[in-house]
Ligand binder design. Sequence first.
Ligand SMILES: [Zn+2]
Length: 443
Amino acid sequence: MPRRPFTRSFLLVTPALLVLAACATGTGTTPAVPEGAAPTTAVQETPRAVATAGGVPGTALGDPASSPSTAIDVHRRTTGFLDAGVWISNEMPGGWMDEAWREGDSLVVARIRPENTPINNSAWYAFKVWSPEVRTVDLRLTYDGGRHRYWPKTRTGPQGTWDPLPPEAVRIDTAVGTATLRLEVGPDTLWVAGQEVFTSGAFRAWNDSLASLPYVDLSTVGTSPGGRPLEMLRITNSPQASRHILIIGRQHPPEVTGTLALMAFVEELAGDSPLAREFRRTFQTHVVPLVNPDGVDLGYWRHNTRGVDLNRDWVAFQQPETRTVRDAFLGVTGADGAEVWFAADFHSTNRDVFYTLDRSLETHPPGFMDRWLDRIRRDLPDYTVSDVPSGLQSPTSRNWFYQEFGAPAVIYEVGDATDRTLIREVAATAARALMALLLEEAR
Ligand SMILES: [Zn+2]
């Protein structure tokens, strides 16, 4: 794609740092240096204040569940460093990067801030970089309100695979919490992110592919504050079955490894094995794989557009997302005699761990969690099944699943850096163990 050359007059009227309003849709493989770019001002921005209160745009919510400190102010922007020949943009689904500047001749610094505070250190970043010429760029990620957490991955081309940067291309300064990346940049856009970027479009495609199976129904059960659909899959060959399992994921936007596990888990339940077929004759499975589509698509660290951690809203139910999922699950399990026999919420943290319920809490089926984890241990002898039980203090989905249904419920946590093949293997094994044991219970 030919590029408009920089003109001398263009350079004369603008400083080296240009911040340009949305110039590309972010979907092309070779976004040009902004065409027709002759801004008369040095800085144009497209701020999008998305925090709302009662439909009033731009107003911070005084939500007692979370007390967010500030309105969420998302800057979508493409920044060009003309003399360095480098462009950086967060204009993409899941994109997140607050601003960028140059230090010295060779370093680009990108500042990453959370959507609001207080917040835990889920320091998500995702952006695109390109250059008219092939060149090496040193890019430092510096964080406000957090520290470097996610090992950088890159992808070239919209259909390419995400690969972690090699160790020699990443220098992490643990004293100050920054990371400096050495990137090979050229005319083809390089995507850079903390994890594989997996946003609502990818969920939709996955949901649609499952829904092509005759025993899978896909429905829209509600809408997020940002107008995105909340979708639920129902997997069963027996729509009258009174036994249910419930699965949710992605309340926290950067927790992509949890999504990878959820997908492998659900694909096993929807698979073609004799075990899965028998399971679907006895059980119904309901899945909301993406509870926080706004946060995921906007590139947030943790919250929804109202600045709230959704997984702390399962008692107060002040957020549309949690209310919608609760009501959808109550709707599908509302018949007389309906029982929820298992529930799981998929997340990511620094290691693989099952956050289970304290064993003093009686479930139905009784004692099920230990049998399930032991079965996974038996089937994966080289894998360490880490089990951390806790009580009902926190207003999380897991505790709602237990208090509403008496179900054995678990927060299925996957390590940020767990090998992607192992994630799928463990999740598929866990799903097979679940089906086998629940069928034994049902006999
Ligand atoms: Zn989480």
